[in-house]
Design a binder for this molecule. Structure first.
Ligand SMILES: [Zn+2]
Length: 230
């Protein structure tokens, strides 16, 4: 991600659902560009080309097996504000960060691990991971850009998503202290992607009609395949 240039020909708000968007798969970091047809290419192929060993791929598979996948109702469920900042919450955030890293994602939201609470984690590049509870967008820029996003809950799907470039988010850290985060570019994109999860919104909801159709087809095929294998 981040290598696809801003597309000024695609005015913000023209996408099917309008509004903002967001991201947990770091997959596009490994590729320069992919057209719509490639949106269904295997994540593993890409990671293999990026030099991951069989052991690393196996560890990723184990992590992904713990991430709720498309079709799971928890991904569309309402989430509760977090009111108890205790050891259990800290452990939950730590587990989410571990899963995110093992799956080569750059963000993860609580519904993706089956918890309907307003908690997300992210880590962009080598920065330290951040856990954010009860996030709220306080400001988002008029300036938006379109970039490819993937999602750990939508294996193999990559779609173009338009989002504001700059956001200011307020929320609480894992101990309940108020925090404010000003983010731009990929950081802002990830935060918005994960916040979407807290509202039951997925990237396919933010994609163009054509890309959504293609993505849904791929997801249904993958679902049918895993159904037969079970
Ligand atoms: Zn996601």
């Amino acid at each position: 991600m981040g290598k696809r240039p801003t597309n000024p020909a695609l005015p913000y708000g023209l996408l099917a659902s309008g509004g903002m968007f967001n991201y947990d798969s770091g997959m596009s970091d490994f590729v320069d560009d992919r057209d719509a047809a490639e949106a269904v290419a295997s994540d593993e192929e890409i990671l293999q080309q990026a030099g991951l060993s069989d052991g690393e791929l196996e560890a990723r598979r184990r992590a992904l097996a713990q991430v709720r996948q498309w079709g799971d109702p928890v991904l569309r469920s309402e989430t509760r504000e977090i009111s108890r900042f205790d050891d259990e919450l800290i452990a939950e955030a730590a587990r989410m960060i571990e899963l995110m890293d093992a799956a080569y994602g750059i963000g993860l939201a609580a519904p993706q691990v089956g918890k309907s609470v307003r908690l997300l984690v992210y880590r962009v590049g080598s920065a330290r991971p951040i856990a954010l509870a009860n996030p709220r967008i306080e400001y988002s820029s008029e300036d938006a850009e379109t970039a490819e996003e993937g999602c750990l809950s939508l294996s193999g799907v990559q779609v173009d998503v338009d989002r504001p470039i700059h956001v200011r988010v307020i929320g609480q850290d894992i101990r309940g202290e108020s925090i404010m985060i000003e983010a731009s570019g990929l950081d802002a994109r990830v935060i918005q992607h994960e916040m979407d999860h807290l509202d039951g919104v997925l990237i396919i909801d933010r994609a163009s009609k054509d890309q959504r159709r293609e993505a849904l087809r791929a997801l249904r095929e993958a679902e049918a395949r895993s159904g037969y294998a079970a």
